[in-house]
Design a protein around this ligand. Structure first.
Ligand code: SF4
Length: 145
């Protein structure tokens, strides 16, 4: 079983209430080879990467100033639980998200600027030995099946 970002399944769960559907992901879902999950439903401001949040060296703060670190950590933990429950060993997450990014994340200024880093959920999943890839790596991953 493969776990995938809900927004890649086309669900309107992104900060701007849109999805970013990917036909390859849809096929995995239709064939019942994947399950969709979204660890985050909030737009946030974050200046450090997910590993720093897991290590309590950084916090996640909304534009309004509200601290949503616990929500991010909770979303990451629930996603991990889901992955373990499903026996998923590969997780396909949306690149650049503050939860799901696996090599790049937005720098939190809402100006489409990205920095090298990993989202909170991606970081936690990797710490538990799960393979986290982003959507552009899906074709080469599928070739290995
Ligand atoms: Fe998509 Fe992940 Fe953001 Fe949810 S948290 S909208 S699944 S990128």
């Amino acid at each position: 079983m493969i776990l995938v970002s809900s927004c890649l399944a086309g669900l309107p769960v992104r900060y701007n209430a849109t999805g970013c559907p990917d036909e390859r992901i849809n096929k995995l879902l239709v064939d019942k080879n994947a399950v969709a999950v979204c660890p985050e439903l909030l737009g946030v401001f974050m200046t450090q990467d997910g590993n720093d949040v897991l290590d309590r060296k950084a916090e996640v703060i909304e534009n309004s100033g509200r601290n949503v670190t616990e929500l991010y950590l909770k979303g990451a933990r629930l996603t991990l639980e889901k992955a373990l429950e499903l026996g998923a060993t590969t997780i396909v997450l949306k690149e650049s998200s503050l939860s799901c990014g696996s090599t790049l994340i937005y720098n939190g200024e809402f100006k489409a600027k990205k920095i090298l880093g990993v989202g909170v959920t991606a970081a936690l999943l990797r710490r538990h030995g799960l393979q986290v890839i982003f959507e552009e790596n899906l074709p080469s991953f599928l070739d290995t099946l």
